[in-house]
Design a protein around this ligand. Structure first.
Ligand SMILES: NC(=O)c1ccc[n+]([C@@H]2O[C@H](COP(=O)([O-])OP(=O)(O)OC[C@H]3O[C@@H](n4cnc5c(N)ncnc54)[C@H](O)[C@@H]3O)[C@@H](O)[C@H]2O)c1
Ligand SMILES: N[C@H](C(=O)O)[C@H](O)COP(=O)(O)O
Length: 323
């Protein structure tokens, strides 16, 4: 049973949850919503459950809900850090359910990094917190995957200046190894092909436009090639996402967040999925955020959440068969 977290109650999470249930109620995969039922009950039938195992028989008729309570009522598009507690509790409890074997995977509705930070949350988002909850701090890797492309940023939710300072051969090597392990284990790719982006224009042009390729990226690639990984680069970033280029690799290792997420969301925003690699549990999420600007308007596209739910179910089934 998939466990879907509440996300920020002022975002589009409630709306796409209802739309996803309407799309999946007959075919599945089923999910249980871990959050305040008040967020859903005006738009869909809701059934409170006390045990995840009750959810399967209910899902065709109503959204099964493991209830939490908001501190204050949520107004769409108006985030309130007083509700950050329920946002974080939902994530924590979802992980615990999966760790206990009651849930098969965690799928997270979008949270606002700013809102949870205001409430004292020390992680930039879900990913680092999930790794801490799973006892693998610092081992997490964020992969965004869609029909056209998979990307993994080596540095993630930090300022660009910090991202460049953070780049080391060790970080590139660790990220690449975790990515390949995940693609082999969960995506059935026996020998994943990894393309590595340069950091600088023209991948540095031999040092003419920066030395990060020479001093950091190429040494990492050589280390990984020596251990048998199918990895190549650094590629000039501006031409590595063309259709022909994408046909030559299974995943693009990018040096910073937007270097990978701009092409991914440009190509596959409505179907892209955020997968956290390096965890002992399965976690996916939509590729987008809380969309406060359209929350409450009925305009939210549930496509990415649907893709996240379906992928989580597939990955859970793959792991069940492999165990
Ligand atoms: N996985 C996550 O929890 C996650 C992911 C990204 C951003 N965020 C957070 O969300 C908040 C807003 O971030 P942002 O504005 O940069 O990104 P966003 O994805 O929330 O919104 C960017 C634009 O895309 C549109 N959009 C997003 N999802 C959509 C959908 N399903 N249907 C239709 N339109 C959609 C929005 O209306 C907005 O115009 C921030 O606090 C950020 O930290 C969270
Ligand atoms: N995939 C989103 C993005 O980067 O656009 C999101 O912020 C990921 O962050 P968490 O899954 O760590 O919340």
């Amino acid at each position: 049973m998939l466990v879907l977290t509440q996300g920020d109650p002022a975002g589009i999470g409630p709306e796409i949850t209802v739309k996803a249930w309407q799309a999946l109620r007959e075919s599945g995969p089923a999910f249980v919503f871990l959050g305040d039922p008040v967020l859903l009950e005006t738009a869909a039938p809701v059934r409170i459950v006390s045990d995840v195992r009750e959810a399967g028989s209910i899902f065709g008729d109503a959204i099964p809900v493991l209830p939490l309570s908001l501190a204050v009522s949520a107004a769409p598009g108006i985030p309130d850090s007083r509700n950050a507690g329920s946002v974080i509790d939902s994530i924590t409890q979802a992980v615990r359910l999966v760790q206990a074997g009651e849930g098969s995977a965690v799928v997270t509705n979008p949270i606002s990094k700013d809102v949870v930070k205001q409430a004292g949350f020390t992680h930039p988002g879900h990913t680092g917190y999930l790794a801490e909850l799973c006892g693998v701090p610092g081992q997490d890797v964020m992969m965004l995957a869609g029909p056209s492309l998979r990307v993994v940023p080596v540095t993630v939710h930090v300022a660009l200046r910090t991202a460049i300072e953070q780049l080391t051969p060790e970080l590139i090597i660790r990220t690449a190894r975790t990515t390949v392990q995940g693609l082999k284990r969960d995506f059935g790719l026996t020998s994943p092909r990894m393309a590595v982006a340069g950091l600088n224009p023209h991948a540095g042009e031999g040092g003419l436009m920066g030395r990060e390729e020479l001093d950091c990226i190429i040494p990492a690639i050589r280390t990984l090639q020596a251990e048998g990984m199918t990895i190549f680069g650094p590629l000039p970033p501006d031409t590595m996402f063309t259709p022909d280029a994408r046909a030559r690799y299974d995943v693009a290792l990018c040096m910073y967040h937007d270097q990978g997420l701009i092409p991914l969301k440009t190509l596959d925003m409505a179907e892209g999925v955020n997968i956290t690699l390096g965890l002992p549990i399965i976690r996916t999420s939509p590729d987008h955020g809380t969309a406060f600007d359209i929350a409450g308007t009925g305009k939210a596209d549930p496509g990415s959440l649907l893709a996240a739910l379906r992928l989580a179910a597939q990955l859970a089934e793959n792991r069940r068969k492999a165990s």
